[in-house]
Design a protein around this ligand. Structure first.
Ligand SMILES: [Zn+2]
Length: 301
């Protein structure tokens, strides 16, 4: 997986910072996660091919998470896009976007499908043979979901030396990869684990923005490789975090620790702070493997 953070600051676009948007590359998919104002400029700066984006996941309908969407949809049309685009978002987004297109009399020339979400429990919103995407219900001022991106376990790998030694016919290779025992050409049963190796451990990534401290999400994100968790405030401003339903760096770290994640990426910083290193220091009092998200940063895992 490759995560490209296009923007990870809260509230408004500024000269050198952008509101929330990320690109996740996973098994040949390019998923766009949130689409704050200016996302299409950030996509260009980060050299992401527009045509490869076929699925967009929107966490909630606060402007700093989706105000870039109508512009991107419109640009896709101007570029002559013909591939279908799927958007997963809270209910209401279709109405907003459709009204904007209607008043401009500029409908898309590609198929645009809205998958509007209302479920308060986690659900699978996208799935193919190799990947699944689950919602992570969050606690914010309006209906909000994070998203959990998971690779499915792959096939077992053939140990070719062992397979050839056992004289197994090629037509059984598929069954072997699926974990079955097979009979070799001499008619002897060959145990699967003697000729195959376990597949690579499936990777997972959880995106959690925006949310108050919410321990309910811990079982959903248990043991993920990477967790992006918002940390709008520092603990000294916890009084601001509570009513706005945001988290502090310390709270984000507490979630990361309890969920036993591999790495925590912080983001959605309030623009009141000049020195982001304090976020890292604060989080590391609870959980060690913390990195600061920043616009243009790329993570491979
Ligand atoms: Zn918000």
């Amino acid at each position: 997986m490759k995560l490209n953070i296009l923007g990870c600051y809260s509230a408004t676009p500024r000269t050198f910072t952008n509101p929330t948007s990320q690109v996740l590359e996973i098994n040949n998919h390019i998923f766009l996660i949130d689409c704050g104002e200016g996302t299409q400029v950030q996509l260009r700066k980060n050299k992401i091919k527009f045509s490869r984006i076929k699925h967009i996941f929107i966490s909630h309908l606060h402007g700093d998470h989706f105000f870039g969407l109508v512009g991107l949809i419109s640009t896709f049309r101007l570029l002559g896009r013909d591939t279908e685009l799927h958007i997963y978002s809270p209910k209401g987004l279709k109405e907003v976007i459709t009204l904007q297109m209607k008043l401009a009399n500029s409908w898309t020339n590609y198929k645009l499908t809205f998958h509007e979400l209302t479920n308060k429990d986690s659900e699978i919103v996208f799935e193919d043979e190799k990947v699944e995407v689950h919602t992570i219900p969050l606690d914010h001022r309006i209906y909000t979901n994070g998203f959990l991106f998971k690779e499915k376990p792959g096939d077992r790998k053939l140990d070719m030396n062992a397979v050839l030694n056992e004289n197994i016919d090629v037509s059984y290779y598929r069954k072997l990869k699926q974990g079955a025992d097979v009979t070799n050409e001499a008619g002897v049963l060959v145990k699967n684990e003697t000729v195959t190796k376990a597949p690579n451990k499936p990777k997972s990534y959880a995106f959690c923005s925006d949310t108050a401290y919410k321990e309910d999400i811990i079982p959903l994100i248990k043991n993920v490789d990477v967790l992006y968790h918002e940390s709008t405030f520092l603990e000294k401003h916890a009084k601001l975090a509570a009513p706005t339903k945001h988290s502090t760096a310390k709270q984000a770290a507490s979630i990361a620790k309890q969920a036993n994640v591999g790495q925590l990426i912080l983001g959605h910083y309030s623009t009141r702070y000049d020195d982001l290193n304090v976020f890292k220091t604060e989080a590391q009092t609870i959980f060690d493997n913390v990195v600061l998200g920043d616009d243009g940063k790329v993570f491979e895992f």
